[in-house]
Design a protein around this ligand. Structure first.
Ligand SMILES: [Zn+2]
Length: 443
């Protein structure tokens, strides 16, 4: 057993003093006790908060972040960005994919993320030729996660077609093509190879309702869960763009979220990425079930997607989790800030997303932590709780964020004050996996 002690920790959605954290040999929390003396435990320097799951990542996109901030036509959009993004991966080799992922995952650990949901859809060589091993590129990502120490929920993506009308994939999209049978074969191979690795969790994903035949979703989930387990994570991009909603309506007579809920048994294992454009009826239906919406606010802002209706969705009982998606932002606190600011900017109010128990920052952190754990396959435990993975972040006690700040306002300081990174150390499964070098300064 490893034992750690901290003067202050966020436990059970509140701050507790003098906390002893005991980690068992599997990397899970065995005991979490307040009002304890340090004794022989390893002392941690500052306040401890749970690590935030990053539920939506495309590792290949991060080196492209910031390289498309210019005009390519009269009116640029998500769709023109997508063409540039496709071109950015034409030359990507497996070796480069591994190195890119390693750098990205180290940056995530430094930012306070401890788990990554990798929505993996580059499966083939650039012209669509299959690699001799279907898992060639997926393996690079899992290996990068294991080598950097971040936990990974690997989500191999079904990608069958080029649009709602069923057009075939062409050009750069051939790199993403994966059939139903190939998805199952890839899932089997990944589970066989990595299933014993404690940092690894397998799920399944559908690129979008644009890119898969809706009729294949139900059978795919059933077959995938025979491999991942009955509650295995299922992710999908849905309703990110207004144009996508229009196309879906003209093809199927239904909006995307409505279509998905009618087609599939969407349960607590599901994470709907973006879900930005929903009618009131869709918001109520989605909030009523146990599925999570994966929000990626900095990417959604960067791509001009729209503002997720967070106030309506959360007040109806909806669940959220956070992702960094294209990685223009790599900061869980900035993502949470933007969820609240989107509401303030559109409603002209302040403190929109707080509730009776918690301030805005505390409520957002609480909800994203629970939703995040659920979206990466841990529906029962989250945060610094017995049985949960021992994933946490130590905050720098000398950082401006903590200066003259009462404990009950630390979460709001972290989320609403943009004073630089306050993360000093990051632990995953009880192991130190990131430590800020003293020369990097405290703010
Ligand atoms: Zn995405």
């Amino acid at each position: 057993m490893k034992k750690y002690w901290t003067p202050l920790a966020w436990v059970g959605n509140r701050w507790i003093k003098n906390v002893l954290l005991t980690v068992d040999s599997t990397g899970r929390l065995h005991q979490v006790l307040g009002d304890q003396l340090c004794g022989g435990a390893h002392p941690l320097e500052g306040p401890v908060i749970p690590g935030m799951p990053n539920v939506h990542s495309h590792a290949f996109q991060w080196t492209f972040a910031g390289l498309s901030e210019f005009r390519t036509r009269q009116r640029d959009s998500f769709w023109s960005w997508r063409e540039q993004m496709y071109r950015s991966v034409e030359q990507l080799t497996p070796e480069e994919y591994y190195h890119r992922a390693c750098k990205l995952y180290r940056m995530m650990l430094a930012a306070g993320y401890t788990e990554v949901g990798e929505f993996h859809y580059i499966h083939n060589e650039p012209d669509g030729t299959r690699y001799p091993q279907l898992e060639r590129l997926a393996d690079q990502l899992v290996q990068a996660a294991v080598d950097t120490g971040i936990a990974i929920c690997m989500l191999p993506v079904l990608y069958q077609r080029g649009g709602f009308d069923g057009r075939p994939l062409e050009g750069a999209q051939k790199r993403f093509e994966l059939s139903f049978d190939e998805l199952l074969s890839l899932s089997h191979r990944l589970q066989d190879k990595w299933g014993d690795q404690p940092l690894f969790q397998l799920g399944v994903a559908f690129h979008s309702l644009r890119a898969v035949d809706p009729k294949t979703i139900g059978p795919s989930v059933e077959a995938a869960r025979a491999i991942t387990g009955p509650c295995g994570p299922v992710h999908i991009h849905v309703a990110e763009q207004a144009g996508e909603v229009d196309q879906c309506q003209s093809q199927f007579g239904k909006r995307p979220v409505e279509l998905l809920l009618d087609l599939a048994d969407v349960d607590a294992g599901w994470c709907l990425i973006h879900a930005t454009h929903m009618s009131e009826h869709e918001i109520c239906r989605l909030a009523e079930i146990d599925a999570v919406v994966g929000l990626c606010p900095t990417t959604e802002a960067n791509l001009g997607d729209g503002v997720f209706p967070a106030a309506e969705f959360l007040s109806a009982g909806g669940r959220i989790a956070m992702g960094s998606d294209s990685h223009v932002g790599l900061d869980p606190f900035a993502e949470l800030r933007l969820v609240e600011y989107g509401q303030r900017l559109t409603t002209h109010r302040r403190a929109v997303l707080c509730d009776n128990d918690h301030s805005c920052g505390e409520r957002l952190f609480r909800d994203a932590l629970a939703g995040g754990a659920q979206a990466v396959g841990r529906s029962r435990v989250n945060g610094l709780e017995v049985g949960a993975p021992a994933n946490w972040v130590v905050l720098d006690p000398d950082h401006a964020t903590l200066s003259d700040c009462p404990a009950e306002r630390i979460m709001d300081r972290l989320i609403f004050c943009q004073w630089g990174n306050a993360v000093l150390k990051t632990f995953v499964h009880g192991d130190l996996v990131f430590e800020r070098h003293p020369l990097q300064g405290s703010s």
